[in-house]
Design a protein. Structure first.
Length: 151
């Protein structure tokens, strides 16, 4: 609990999502995030976040997430369990899918899917201990993703 709640975002990420909606049990999610793209909307906070007390981008430039299990509700993706690696430490992370929708894109003439997901983790589990115990270690994730079906 601090004086205010800081909200940040990463502006550079990439990934691959493979869905197996027929078997409702398969698929995978792999996400790679450029840690230097952290943006809190405040230049000094961004600089601090990129330093060695927080994301330490010189030593750990990438944050990754790799799924272990995809969970479906009917043919819609409902949750993804996996492992996140940040600051050289890998820990389990579960994501709940709030919304999932696919449709044929009118310009690309291929299926596109979008999702809204959320998850939580403690930054201290990854060794990001700056400001503890005064400031909460809990990080709330809000993830929006859109993907276009590969040929």
């Amino acid at each position: 609990m601090g004086l205010s709640i800081w909200r940040g975002k990463f502006t550079k990420s990439s990934g691959k999502i493979v869905l197996d909606r027929q078997s409702k049990s398969g698929g995978s999610v792999e996400i790679s995030i450029d840690a230097s793209s952290i943006d809190f909307g405040h230049a000094k906070m961004n600089e601090k976040a990129r330093g060695d007390e927080m994301f330490n981008i010189a030593k750990y430039p990438v944050v990754t997430f790799k799924s272990t299990v995809l969970k479906y509700d009917g043919d819609k993706l409902a949750a993804v369990d996996g492992e996140m690696t940040m600051l050289g430490i890998t820990k389990p992370l579960s994501l709940t899918i709030n919304q999932f929708k696919c449709l044929m894109h009118p310009l690309h003439k291929r299926e596109v899917c979008g999702a809204d997901a959320h998850g939580r983790f403690d930054r201290s589990d990854f060794g990001m201990n700056i400001g503890l115990p005064r400031f909460s270690p809990e990080i709330k994730l809000a993830i929006q993703v859109e993907g276009i079906r590969a040929d």
